[in-house]
Write a protein that binds this ligand. Structure first.
Ligand SMILES: NC(=O)c1ccc[n+]([C@@H]2O[C@H](COP(=O)([O-])OP(=O)(O)OC[C@H]3O[C@@H](n4cnc5c(N)ncnc54)[C@H](OP(=O)(O)O)[C@@H]3O)[C@@H](O)[C@H]2O)c1
Length: 291
């Protein structure tokens, strides 16, 4: 199987590079933003042809929720138009598209974990652009699997875990919002899950599926920060604050818990709890830094 990964220098794309080493029987082609702009159709089509691509994993996205409010053109160009370009090329060359999406397609007002079939009500430019990207994939005629996730963290790129580790090393205390809940998700777990799924796909079939994948469990950003400080043995005290005390440009869903039931059932996935994955990640960082 020939697998192409876009946005390969981002958090998730970089984790795919690591997990790919477990699949020597497959050929992986990684393209970062510089190598391949997903909004340029001729280039996407050309790269797919060159790779004799069977599957494209689209990790490319404009992911800054605040910057999207300031630069809606770019957000739509990547998250909506780029997704549509990848889908059109996938359809044209009979390639299975795995597309990564987000809990932002929901309004965050639910009181129980979102299912794939729940009504989408995106708020803000990032959310709307990701929602429209999903919809254009669904109407493209391509064989696709959309996977919505949330609260990604990784060794790579910019993320909350790395910010907390950094601040934990230099601050005595820190305020973190306690009234937004979701599930921290190790991007490496998601990458591993996608490749487990690819081990089961039938490329002769046409897929038209949407799934949710996060680590298991629920917490607030405050709980997540407390766990990071505790596991990394930082003396930094974390204080809970309300999100209204911490204004941001782009709207954030208050409740972003996703129900993983469907992806577990259809693909037999065992999904780790967020605390277990975080502990493992921080232990790896500790081993790497202490030799
Ligand atoms: N991070 C989260 O918490 C989170 C939560 C839910 C869903 N997701 C979704 O998960 C996916 C992966 O996110 P991530 O955290 O890995 O994001 P990321 O670290 O921001 O990586 C995205 C990558 O896409 C690249 N990119 C941007 N525009 C591009 C274009 N036109 N063509 C090709 N590449 C382009 C970026 O390159 P540059 O840096 O050079 O622009 C970056 O390397 C995204 O679809 C995102 O919407 C993320």
């Amino acid at each position: 199987m020939n697998i192409m990964v876009t946005g390969s220098d981002g958090q998730l794309g970089s984790e795919f590079r690591l997990v790919a080493a477990r699949y020597p029987q497959w050929s992986f082609y990684f393209f970062n933003h510089h190598d391949l702009d997903i909004s340029v159709e001729e280039t996407v089509a050309e790269r797919m042809r060159e790779c004799k691509c069977d599957v494209v994993i689209n990790c490319a996205a404009f992911t800054s929720v605040d910057k999207a409010e300031e630069d809606s053109f770019l957000s739509y160009r990547v998250n909506r138009d780029g997704a549509a370009v990848v889908a059109r090329c996938a359809k044209g060359q009979n390639v299975l598209l795995i597309h990564i999406s987000t809990y932002y397609v929901f309004d965050g007002l639910a009181e129980k974990p979102y299912r794939e079939t729940d009504e989408m009500r995106p708020k803000g430019v990032y959310a709307q652009s990701k929602f429209e990207g999903e919809e254009l994939i669904r109407s493209s005629g391509a064989s696709y699997i959309i996977i919505r996730t949330g609260w990604l963290y990784s060794f790579f790129g910019q993320n909350f875990m790395k910010t907390m580790l950094h601040l934990g090393g230099e601050r005595e205390s820190l305020n973190v919002v306690s009234d937004r809940v979701g599930t921290p998700t190790y991007a490496g777990d998601l990458a591993a899950a996608v490749l487990t799924m690819l081990g089961q796909v039938d490329l002769k079939k046409t897929y038209a599926a949407t799934y949710h994948y996060t680590n298991e469990g629920v917490c607030s950003w405050y709980d997540f920060a407390v766990a990071i400080m505790s596991l990394s043995k930082s003396p930094c005290r974390v204080m809970p604050i309300e999100s209204s005390a911490f204004p941001v440009l782009g709207p954030r869903p208050q409740y972003s818990v996703l129900n993983n039931g469907l992806i577990k059932r259809d693909w037999g996935l065992e999904i780790p709890h967020w605390q277990a994955s975080l502990a493992e990640m921080l232990e790896t960082i500790r081993r790497d830094t202490t030799g």
